[in-house]
Design a protein around this ligand. Structure first.
Ligand code: GUN
Ligand code: ZN
Length: 437
């Protein structure tokens, strides 16, 4: 009779994960060139050198052999919009015309639950193809868009955060809720989904211009009443938008301060973009435990501006990377790293590949207060992981055929890789995507 528990699995590959931020700590990462990841009942049991861990396995344990590949934690994308999957790569001269011309008409279609379901299915499969296992997702103003999303993500066993968009002004009537109804719907959705399976609720006021002061106040009160929920919104993305906010909220010191005024700044608050924050704003981000979702492909696409990594790091703000699909131009966190690297260069700073892999894994988990649950291979963590193939294209094979360092390997994957580099994706120890070459 076999002594191997049926829920025990093992994977041989090079292993990469983080236990600290490489920008501030030496030896922040673990790298096992010939490594073994042991998973039991959907959680990490151990991660280390193959030679050391193999003898700990019961005789007869099946070891899946991914030698030559890299296993790392699943990517975490901290800001994107599932309803915008159908309008990715839609041209417009900047944020506000893009919202009017494409975004609002596209989001209108989510009054149809069947459309919401079909789009959620596509969106989640696309994330898994790109190696993203957790995301902070905007739905639309329609509460059924949230149900459709979580039903699809739970069917795939994914840890996902999402929420109903709140907006009660400065948008077409067909997308408008009211301050009271929007918050009532959000509370119902919290009670239905937050903590159900691996689902987590995010209170989601779109951005300050589309919420009345009453709606912002009620959203802040809801966030205080449910401190384990997330809160997500956009801030200081675009110069024209920032001017508009100054006009709408003349009494507040800054755009970010509008959110602080209404009680949004707290741990588990994730603010998308943060391009035009000043020094005081960055300090408040850090002091309140709020987190930045840096969205480089979106910011370049819409011409919004360049995120200042150095300023954020000078006060140790929580940072993560995000695609911001559909203003973002790729679902791939590797391509998001590629653009983040260039944004940093244009601001005169430098983002090593190790830092970018940290930001897309443990950095994002820390931003979401989920360290120990996802983002690395600490014993007991949920076994969300991906298998990356450094030889997935002729060019990557050629470039990674001669390497001086781990940094060069990861840099090549970030600059040249995309969904093709993701050979397999596992969620809670279950295979949820496998690439057919
Ligand atoms: N600001 C308000 N709404 C949006 C949105 O949908 N996308 C982006 N990029 N910025 C926004
Ligand atoms: Zn966005």
């Amino acid at each position: 009779m076999s002594t191997v528990p049926p829920t025990l699995q093992a994977y041989r590959a090079s292993l990469l994960h983080f236990h600290a931020d490489p920008a501030f700590h030496d030896d922040a990462h673990a790298w096992h060139r010939d490594g073994l990841l042991i998973v039991e009942a959907g959680r990490v049991k151990a991660a280390g050198d193959y030679a050391a861990l193999l003898p700990t396995l019961p005789a007869g344990t099946v070891v899946t052999d991914y030698s030559g590949k890299i296993i790392c934690p699943g990517f975490i994308d901290t800001h994107l919009h599932y309803p915008q999957s159908d309008m990715i790569a839609s041209p417009a001269p900047g944020l506000l015309p893009w919202l009017e011309t494409y975004t609002f008409p596209t989001e209108r279609k989510f009054d149809d639950p069947a459309h919401a379901r079909a789009t959620a299915e596509f969106f989640l499969d696309e994330l898994l193809r790109c190696g993203t296992t957790t995301a902070m997702v905007y739905c639309t103003v329609h509460r059924a868009s949230v149900d459709a999303f979580f039903e699809a993500s739970e069917a795939r066993q994914l840890r996902m955060a999402a929420g109903k968009v709140l907006m009660d002004r400065h948008c077409p009537a067909f997308l408008r809720d009211t301050a009271q109804q929007g918050v009532r719907d959000s509370e119902d959705l919290i009670n239905k989904w937050h903590g159900h399976a691996r689902s987590m609720y995010a209170i989601t006021p779109r951005f300050a211009p589309t919420s009345s002061e009453t709606q912002l106040r009620l959203a802040g009160e809801l966030a205080a009443a449910y401190p384990t929920t997330y809160i997500q919104t956009h801030v200081s993305e675009n110069a024209e938008e920032c001017r508009w906010v100054r006009e709408l909220f003349p009494a507040q010191r800054s755009y970010l301060h509008v959110y602080e005024h209404y009680g949004f700044m707290r741990p588990r608050a994730i603010f998308g973009h943060c391009i035009w924050l000043d020094d005081t704003d960055f300090a408040r981000m850090a002091e309140t435990g709020s987190a930045v979702a840096v969205c480089p492909t979106s910011n370049l696409f819409l011409g919004s501006g360049l995120f200042d990594f150095e300023k954020a790091d000078s006060v140790h703000t929580l940072l993560s990377l995000a695609t911001d699909v559909g203003a973002g131009t790729s679902f791939s966190m590797l391509q998001t790293m590629n653009e983040a690297y260039k944004v940093a260069r244009l601001k005169g700073s430098y983002l090593p590949a190790l830092r970018m892999f940290y930001l897309a894994t443990l950095g994002a988990a820390r931003s979401m207060q989920l360290e120990g649950t996802i983002g690395n291979f600490a014993p007991g963590a949920e076994a969300d992981f991906i298998v990356l193939d450094p030889q997935c294209t002729p060019l990557l094979a050629r470039r990674t055929g001669h390497l001086e360092s781990l940094e060069e390997l990861l840099f090549a994957l970030a600059l040249l890789g995309d969904d093709r580099a993701v050979q397999a994706t596992y969620a809670a120890g279950t295979l949820v995507h496998q690439r057919n070459n």
